[in-house]
Design a protein around this ligand. Structure first.
Ligand code: ZN
Length: 341
């Protein structure tokens, strides 16, 4: 089985964005707040939005199941206020639940969180619990920078985040560290802000004893871990200079990287530097980079090809494609075992 740990509903019907536009307009004093109950998206619209995109690509590329969450760039936690963020988040998560119910063999849900700059992450725990317990979601996307590129929140290792981590541990779900769009013109969202955040989160983890406090807490750093694998020597050396424990002890029991790296040399480096047990297959389709690489003739984000081409044992590929994902997402593992029984 091939499980893609990183997919977003980037192709949702236009009614969703229309709702969001009306919501933001109302927040800015133009028009009434849209009624969630009047957001009319039919099952056929959902099917159509996926059949031509994510489902088509699953079939073409030979992947089986995608861990699916709302469009990350649209989370935009910096827009509106806490109430706006909560209403928007619930709408997006409800829609993912409908996708999962229509295609239970192809998708499993991961939720967006109702974060807001300056608001305690404690408030996000309620929505996480709703999605896990009511919908059977298996994880969440946690935004380390709800300000959208201004980094006004404390580091992920600060006690500010602890009440939310307690809920993650209680529910036994991991979080993907995933920023949203950038409202800082210096940082292009997917080209800079995403990769910055991935790299930033990893350095924060090195500097703290977070995983001593939460030994079972698990994070996936997407986009291949940002710049981390390429600069592995720097991080090992910094930990050493700071008298921190080796990375294998302090961080790598709790932190995992996906394979959303869009060329063969990048995947070669990732798998050479990072232990296989810390790598989860992911493609982020349909996502950040949608085109075809003229040097290969295949889509940049067809990351399965790069793993297929690796000169590593079959068991290692199996771990990346399935075993590690099931280990990091125990609720998914339980579901798949139940389905097979
Ligand atoms: Zn993503």
């Amino acid at each position: 089985m091939i499980i893609d740990c990183h997919g977003h509903y980037t192709t949702a019907p236009g009614e969703l964005q229309a709702f969001r536009d009306a919501q933001i307009a109302a927040f800015n004093g133009r028009g009434a707040t849209p009624d969630v109950n009047k957001l009319a998206i039919s099952d056929d619209q959902i099917r159509e939005s996926l059949e031509k995109a994510q489902l088509k690509l699953q079939r073409e590329r030979g992947t089986d199941l995608t861990i699916f969450s709302p469009r990350a760039s649209a989370m935009a936690h910096h827009v509106g206020d806490e109430a706006v963020s909560l209403a928007w988040t619930r709408v997006c998560n409800d829609l993912i639940n409908r996708v999962v119910n229509l295609y239970p063999d192809n998708f499993v849900g991961v939720c967006q969180l109702p974060q807001s700059p300056g608001v305690s992450p404690t408030n996000s725990a309620v929505e996480l619990e709703r999605c896990v317990k009511e919908f059977g979601f298996i994880g969440c996307n946690l935004n380390p920078d709800p300000s959208g590129g201004h980094w006004t929140s404390p580091p992920l290792t600060d006690r500010h985040w602890y009440p939310f981590y307690e809920k993650m541990v209680e529910l036994d779900v991991p979080a993907m560290v995933h920023v949203s769009s950038s409202c800082n013109a210096n940082f292009h969202a997917t080209g800079a802000h995403y990769i910055n955040a991935d790299t930033t989160a990893f350095m924060q983890f090195i500097q703290s004893d977070l995983f001593k406090d939460f030994p079972t807490l698990r994070f996936i750093i997407p986009h291949g871990g940002g710049a981390v694998p390429y600069h592995w020597g720097r991080y090992r050396g910094l930990a050493q200079d700071m008298k921190r424990p080796p990375l294998a002890e302090s961080v790598m029991k709790n932190v995992f990287f996906d394979t959303c790296v869009y060329h063969q040399p990048g995947i070669d480096l990732l798998t050479r530097v990072i232990p296989v047990e810390n790598i989860l297959f992911g493609s982020e389709m349909v996502g950040a980079v949608r085109g075809i690489d003229p040097t290969t003739g295949f889509n940049y984000d067809d990351t399965k090809r790069y793993i297929d081409a690796l000169a590593i044992p079959a068991e290692a590929k199996q771990a990346i494609f399935e075993g590690n994902v099931r280990r990091i997402f125990p609720r998914l593992d339980a579901r798949l075992k139940q389905r097979a029984a």
